[in-house]
Design a protein around this ligand. Sequence first.
Ligand code: SF4
Length: 481
Amino acid sequence: MPHDAGRMEQIIVPLSARPQVALDGAIFLSRVQRVFQALGLAMRRYRTAVVGLQIAVVVFYLLLLLIPAALPLPGEEARILDHITRFAQFAFWGVWWPFVILSSMVFGRLWCGVLCPEGAISEWASHRGLGRGVPHWMKWGGWPFAAFLSTTVFGQLVSVYEYPKAAALVLGGSTLVAVAVGLLYGRNKRVWCRYLCPASGVFALLAKVSPVHFRVDQKAWDAAPSGTRTSSKHAVNCAPLIDIRRMRPASACHMCGRCAGERNAVRLNLRSPNSELLRVRDEPVRWEIALLVFGILGVAVGAFQWSASPWFVEIKQQIATWLLDRDLMWPLQGNAPWWLLTHYPEKNEVFTWLDGALIVSYIGTTAAAVSAWSAGWLFAGARIAAMSAWRLAYALLPFAGLSAFIGLSALTVTLLRAEGFVLAWVNPLRAVLLGAGLLWSARLAWGLAPAGWIRKLAACGATLAASSAVLWLWIEIFYVW
Ligand code: SF4
């Protein structure tokens, strides 16, 4: 047999021997990829429709933010569909926040690029602003961490989920700063979103496990003549300032679709949710890990937990008794303004200085304990697995994302129950989601660890053990207290 014929046989036989199911699967996948590619191109082709959608979201956002803040607080009988304040509360905290977290894990940062009102306003402001360059201080990697922590804790102090004036202060304040940044820096850019937005760090982390992303083929990009575009006459403007040609991780991409088809090299693509973390082997970003472990797993869970915690009540009673015995009255007074500590006497809800100090301490202590516990296990597991503990920490991402969704959606459930929905299936569903998060994290740890059963088992075991503190806190909240 001639040499070439032998090679051909080697190639043909395995192909023809492939099981029909695998072939059908490959054909199906390639069709799905083509659908996604077309969707990406449509996002660019119908840019005007996307801008129209953004305008509608901005109007909706401003109305829901400002009108309830100007109205008296609703009575107990007010319902979501008959009072705008209740409707806005459900829209912002019952739908927007929990499902934006979930959507970041499924569609990447589609919310940022297509729907976020703050990003759109900031970009429009930068269209007419001074167009200055991004200052050096703004590029500090710790801003998303610092902004997330301060916004989360401050939101708890002013009861941002419950009161419209507090929501207007936290969300509206953030929007005003976004506009100011847009007016000062960048031209048609989203400098605010890229460097300072309190949620951007969380969205960037969660987008790492999204199965949908814009993929750039660098070879095709370099091979295409400059200016080759599939679907638009206009030059591409990447608002979050990404070097599109070199884009590998999906974290920074806002999924706006403006670069789809550029130089026949950019397309909306389906991928394995683990592929970015397993394939992109850049140095772990320590601020990202701090945000993941201390922020999403620690601070966020502390913030979700304190108001339901019997430990919080017990500690507060002990300290209040101690203060009363010594005639120290000022920490027990509720005379702080509403924009510093919750102050709504008409609703019998007034935070004292002691409440404020305890909320900050409770959240801080929870975050420190969760971080110390998780870090201990990660470093121990990474040592056995002969890998970086910082890299292994990325394995916690799926569990942290689902944990944040469960925490934020707790208010969704509370609001719906107040409307008369029973929702008996919620606690079993929470258990399923937490279990799925743990399994997914363990699978990631397995993939991240170097070859060898012992190393992989050590990485998996350490990841599960690191997650166990947060798991225990959720069990206390939903199944014990
Ligand atoms: S790389 Fe930039 S332009 Fe392209 S989809 Fe992402 S955010 Fe939009």
